[in-house]
Write a protein that binds this ligand. Sequence first.
Ligand SMILES: Cc1cc2nc3c(=O)[nH]c(=O)nc-3n(C[C@H](O)[C@H](O)[C@H](O)COP(=O)(O)O)c2cc1C
Length: 327
Amino acid sequence: MLVTPVTKLLNIRVPIVQGGMQWVGVPSLAAAVSNAGGLGILTALTQPSPEALREAIRETRRKTDKPFGVNITLLPTINPPDYEGYIRAAVAEGVRIFETAGNNPKKIIAYLKGEGCTIIHKCTNIRHAKSAERLGVDILSIDGFECAGHPGEDDMPGLVLLARAAQEVKLPYLASGGVADSRGFVAALALGASGINMGTRFMCTVESPIHVKIKEKIVESTEQDTIHIFRTMRNTARVFKNKVSEEVVAIERRPGSKFEDVRELVSGVRGREVYVRGDPDYGIWSLGISAGLIRDIPTCEELVGRLEREAEEMLNGGITRKLSAKL
Ligand SMILES: Cc1cc2nc3c(=O)[nH]c(=O)nc-3n(C[C@H](O)[C@H](O)[C@H](O)COP(=O)(O)O)c2cc1C
């Protein structure tokens, strides 16, 4: 019943994708999502080098014989990482599904298409979706304002953005941002999506590599517990609200403040330590408002199975039955 253009293009059972996640998208999680019937994605830049990414791909393949992908996030940075090295390493290891995110993906998309890859490209507005469509990507992942990480600068929530995509976009698209349960899953399908992409929900699973105290913190959190940093730099990111992120916002709002003033507070290494130490207040870490929906720490198999079962029930008359029961 849940066969869609996305399940066909990616050769997966359920149209559920685990989005790239810095420090979180490692072999254990990606393989678990793929084994559960969805698409797991390794995050290239979580690996210290292209060679380490090759080893992570081999490790994932030892853990699953199902398809999985690699995320390439193009960061707005002065000293860019060796993107070409990471991409060539993944292609050489036989990866044929890529999730691309960030600015100016033109060159990368052209190279990957030349290698026969299937590309999922993340966008946060219709203009970028249409330009990615012209560049020849295969699937769009449309991130609403609810999402963890970078929602863009248009502040467009998924309810309108996805319905606009249904009007404007020809390619199949995933609904990303704010989806953590079967209600969101079915709503996404009703809004024209051919599947969903989840980050925050997959962070809080047994196979996610982060410290259990952070998973417990997510379970405790509500939809009020995130904050936007880097708004003033037009590089907005939705992260967990703690003393560090609140301090970043306070500093960046000061007239004349520069990135240098927050560099130490937002350092990636410090963010990574959050997951290692299990201390949610140690640094900056991405979190979506879907945290408010999360109540447990299931295995990926339990989670994907639950979403699939409940969505099928709702699509099989469950919603109508519920509505008439209220009469
Ligand atoms: C901890 C974490 C790290 C993330 N890191 C990245 C990243 O490196 N690259 C990227 O494209 N998206 C990243 N994202 C965004 C996710 O891929 C996905 O688009 C987003 O989480 C969807 O919103 P949701 O969290 O409401 O499901 C990250 C999300 C989380 C929760």
